[in-house]
Design a protein around this ligand. Structure first.
Ligand code: PEP
Ligand code: MG
Length: 320
């Protein structure tokens, strides 16, 4: 048993009526991989690669990044490892990367915006490392892009991936194309989710940022902390819309924001149709236990009530 009570379950879990839900871990540092596997995570649903850039004076080399991703893939030989490309700006600063001073950093140059702008060289280096690791590592690699707000940005990121592959072709280096996905963290991404999903293999909902932008409530400002809550109907409907859009385009859809790690919300998320949930490793056993106790058909009915609810309390009540 774990601190939280639930037993570690190594196997994949499904609902009482047989819908399999992938339960994965969010990790940042290589040292978190082993503990995630020990907690029974099926894989990694969010590898926050910015941590590889912290506590040093210059960016990690292509080889260092390759090694870090290899380690993740080798830790989950039967699983999938979703690596997010560098996501800095907003609250995440790296001294040597010369981020601008901005009035509104959360509405500024962050996430994929930097990778398509000032950090374009770093981006291609990272993508080369990922393509190489995909060929050599044991588990299945997936790559996703943070804070995408437009189809144009996704196409820019996909072009960079093609450029990285072309570099490796020219150099005669072996590589494999990983699965590719987009994080849904902006209202715009929700509205164009179907067009995004048509171009990739999966979507992953980042509820920390998505809630911040849907509710216009800074994720770090306690004065508006009450509004930064993904059980408000506006966020619930954004999640539902994203799931429907992904499935309409045969893409799988996961969630890697904090919401995914709350076992009290597992039934709601399963009912909304999420295929994968990724969370801090400590909550993996609890969420696996919650999935195993959930009936997908009941959860879907309750999720419909949640989608029709007008208030946060009505969303919560729909799940009791
Ligand atoms: C999110 O925004 O929900 C997310 C998972 O990304 P991060 O918390 O790293 O911004
Ligand atoms: Mg985010």
């Amino acid at each position: 048993a774990t601190d939280s009570g639930a037993d570690v379950v190594e196997e994949r879990v499904e609902t009482t009526d047989g819908r399999e839900i992938e339960v994965a871990a969010n990790v940042g540092r290589p040292a978190e991989l082993g503990p995630a596997a020990d907690r029974g995570a099926d894989g990694v649903g969010l590898y926050r690669t910015e941590f590889l850039f912290l506590d040093r004076e210059s960016p990690p080399s292509e080889d260092e990044q390759y090694e870090a991703v290899r380690e993740a893939l080798d830790t989950f030989p039967e699983g999938r490892v979703v690596v997010r490309t560098l996501d800095i700006g907003g609250d995440k600063r790296i001294p040597y990367l010369d981020l601008p001073e901005e009035e509104n950093p959360f509405l500024g140059e962050r996430g994929v915006r930097r990778s398509l702008g000032p950090d374009a060289d770093l981006f291609v280096t990272q993508l080369r490392a990922l393509l190489r690791a995909a060929a050599d590592g044991e588990g299945d690699l997936a790559v996703m892009f943070p804070l995408v707000a437009s189809i144009e940005e996704l196409e820019g990121a996909l072009d960079a991936l093609d450029d990285a592959a072309a570099d490796l072709d020219d150099a005669g280096v072996e590589y494999e194309r990983p699965e590719v996905g987009v994080m849904v963290e902006t209202p715009s991404a929700v509205f164009v989710a179907e067009e995004l999903a048509a171009r990739v293999d999966f979507l992953s909902i980042g509820t920390n940022d998505l809630t911040q932008y849907v509710m216009a409530a800074d994720r770090e400002n306690e004065r508006v902390g009450d509004l930064h809550d993904p059980t408000y109907p506006g966020v619930v409907r954004a999640i539902h819309r994203t799931v429907e859009a992904a499935h309409a385009r045969d893409a799988w859809v996961g969630m890697c924001g904090e919401m995914a790690g709350d076992p009290d919300l597992t039934e709601l998320l399963v009912g909304l149709g999420l295929d994968e949930l990724s969370m801090s490793a400590v909550t993996v056993p609890d969420v696996k236990a919650a999935v195993s106790e959930t009936s997908y058909s009941t959860a879907s009915e309750r999720a419909e009530d949640a989608r029709n609810a007008a208030t946060r309390s009505a969303v919560t009540n729909s799940q009791q």
